[in-house]
Design a protein around this ligand. Sequence first.
Ligand SMILES: NC(=O)c1ccc[n+]([C@@H]2O[C@H](COP(=O)([O-])OP(=O)(O)OC[C@H]3O[C@@H](n4cnc5c(N)ncnc54)[C@H](OP(=O)(O)O)[C@@H]3O)[C@@H](O)[C@H]2O)c1
Length: 271
Amino acid sequence: MKQHIGFIGGGQMAEALIKGILASGLYSKSNILVSEPNDYRREHLESTYLIKTFQNNHAIFEKSKVVILAVKPQTMKAVLENCRSVIEPHHILITVAAGLPISFYIKTIGKKETKIIRVMPNTPALVLEGASALSKNDNVSDKELRLAEEIFLAVGEVVILDEVHLDAVTGLSGSGPAYVFSFVEALVDAGVKMGLTRVISEKLAMQTVAGSVKLLRESGEHPAALRGKVTSPGDTAITALHVLEKVGFHGIIMDIVESAVLRSKELGKME
Ligand SMILES: NC(=O)c1ccc[n+]([C@@H]2O[C@H](COP(=O)([O-])OP(=O)(O)OC[C@H]3O[C@@H](n4cnc5c(N)ncnc54)[C@H](OP(=O)(O)O)[C@@H]3O)[C@@H](O)[C@H]2O)c1
């Protein structure tokens, strides 16, 4: 029989992963366990996914080999301190908490042999279109890492990196949805300013972004090549791109990612 997979915390990220894992067939509903203090969330998860839930975190470690830590970063220390006595060398701890380094878990649990996989997912994982970066400590075998990779492949794309690169990931894909949402919002407002209704403008803006990304993916062409194909001499797109380049669009995007990376490093040092 397949081992159980357990979740500590049954919030948004845990639910996205449960949805993806069930859809991919990686684990069956009888193999998924969740501990969650909120009655409403427990009832929701049980009735929607027919999985078993608990109020007590210890039950998860007692019954599961793979345990996904899906609580808020500010709750993590208390959870680990409470579970320290039931965390054993065979457990594979997978954490999705933003900002907390692997060293934080080892220090808080106080057992240096603990297997830790740290993941930086992003919010599109909630609709199974996430981008996740995984890194592990030396206690995790390649086979165990592959298992974690399969779990996150169920909610989108995965890359495997050394932990030192997770700040860069946080600045790019972790925070990236915020940049994309801002871009779409601005595009919608621009349409409204030019006389379109908000409903029409939203429909056109979202499909333009989604369709452009699909074209990039499916054509395999460089973004600059595709941009070249939508501009012709003296046309509207090249006129607009001139404005975009005058305000330093490329530089602004590179600056915002860099600022998020620096902030991620600062937050990591506070732990
Ligand atoms: N949402 C995302 O898109 C996203 C993206 C990247 C990373 N993450 C990371 O994923 C983690 C979870 O985020 P989330 O958005 O899923 O948050 P969330 O919806 O608030 O889920 C956390 C859940 O943990 C429960 N909880 C609180 N204390 C607990 C305890 N002692 N033991 C067990 N469960 C407990 C909370 O219950 P109460 O509500 O009753 O407190 C809540 O249901 C965070 O560390 C976050 O950094 C999330």
